[in-house]
Ligand binder design. Structure first.
Ligand SMILES: *Cc1c(COP(=O)(O)O)cnc(C)c1O
Length: 379
């Protein structure tokens, strides 16, 4: 694990604290989730719901996830055997990679990737094969031929994150179809990271890969309450997959954490049933924040890419006369009192992402406005 060191988020967040900068680096919301959901967690604690829950998760939550998948996507999962509650999406993904890959297996990831993916693959002794997303037509996209060329006889799985962090890309139906076709052709498992499933903009729908022909039986679908309900500190996630795959993942999960925090499971079960309207309002609010930050970044001189989902906006820094995003991110606190995340650190081949920097917009309007007025100094 030596190559992993501390994450760029730790470095940039520490720098924000040290310099008193506005932190548009790490993507956590600065406003709470739905009050009734928070109250449910408190009630659960006061109600004595504080001992080990069952390994697969509390049945109320497994049932709520099953109903959510059925109602929203038409996907039927048996809450007893096809759903596993995890310690956030992070544990779900790591446990899935550990369970389903052998040492030497190859796992395809799109780069820039979420920073836990390479670590999970390394822990499994597997090998990552990164397929780059490049800016094409105003969004980050992959070349289907390059994706197909990444498959080898050792490829076991592909990790698919849509809506995609850190680019904000939502894969198009054609892109999803290309991924699905490859999975079917080469008998690959798809591990889908859908933590931003509810946070898409401009009416762009989230279409789970498992809904495509031949995909439900080979997809390990991962999601989590953190982003949907603005409780990133709750670390409550889940997996939906065929029983055989769930059973393998649960075998690993039982020795990583055995089970996940009990009171939050009840609260999230409640939220999945009763707070999706709140989530709809969050989506609207976030779209407004996206537009607010995009306008400010454009006025400051960045070239701004419009994200179709997530909390993040990517900017090309070259119009401002900068060439290297990591260099700019390290100087930004001193230049403007703002912290952002360099995109290149999420590429195996940093050159592809060298001139992009990511800003988070899941922040109060007053915070975004202050950041914008500070960034205006850059020009
Ligand atoms: C935030 C995030 C996660 C982690 O989710 P947790 O539920 O907090 O573990 C996983 N994947 C992506 C793409 C994320 O942005």
């Amino acid at each position: 694990m030596r190559e992993f060191g501390t994450t760029v988020f730790a470095e940039m967040t520490a720098m924000a604290v040290r310099t008193g900068s506005i932190n548009l680096g790490q993507g956590f919301p600065d406003e709470d989730g739905p009050a009734a959901m928070l109250a449910r967690a408190v009630e659960a604690i006061h109600g004595g719901f504080n001992q080990y829950p069952p390994g697969p998760g509390v049945s109320e939550l497994r049932q709520a996830v099953a109903d959510h998948q059925k109602l929203r996507y038409g996907l039927a999962y048996d809450p007893d055997g096809e759903i596993l509650v995890t310690v956030g999406a992070t544990e779900a993904i790591t446990a899935a990679v550990l369970a389903l890959c052998e040492p030497g297996s190859e796992v395809i990831v799109f780069e820039p990737y979420y920073d836990s993916y390479p670590a999970a693959i390394a822990m499994a002794g597997a090998v990552r094969r990164a397929v780059p997303l490049r800016v094409d037509g105003g969004r980050f996209a992959f070349d289907p031929a390059e994706l197909a060329a990444a498959v080898t006889p050792r490829t076991r799985a592909i990790l698919v994150n849509s809506p995609h962090n850190p680019t904000g890309t939502v894969f198009t139906p054609a892109e999803m179809a290309a991924i699905a076709a490859l999975c079917r052709e080469h008998d690959l498992i798809a591990i889908t990271d859908e933590v931003y499933e509810h946070l898409t903009f401009d009416g762009v729908p989230h279409v789970p890969l498992a809904t495509l022909p031949g995909m439900r039986e080979r997809t390990v679908a991962v999601s989590s309450a953190g982003k949907t309900f603005s409780v990133t500190g709750w670390k409550t996630g889940w997996i939906c997959a065929p029983a055989e795959l769930i059973s393998a993942v649960q075998t690993v999960k039982q020795f990583l954490t055995f089970t996940s925090a009990a009171p939050f499971q009840l609260a999230v079960a409640y939220a999945l049933r009763h707070e999706l309207e709140w989530v709809g309002a969050l989506r609207e609010t976030l779209q407004g924040k996206r537009d607010r930050l995009m306008a400010g970044l454009a006025a400051a001189g960045f070239e701004v890419l419009r994200p179709a989902g997530t909390y993040f906006v990517q900017t090309d820094i070259r119009p401002l006369g900068f060439a290297d995003g990591l260099d700019l991110a390290r100087r930004l606190p001193e230049l403007a009192g703002v912290v952002a995340i360099p995109t290149q650190v999420f590429y195996d081949e940093p050159e592809t992402g060298r001139h992009y920097v990511r800003f988070a917009f899941c922040k109060k309007d007053s915070v975004i406005d202050e950041a914008i007025s500070r960034l205006a100094r850059l020009g």
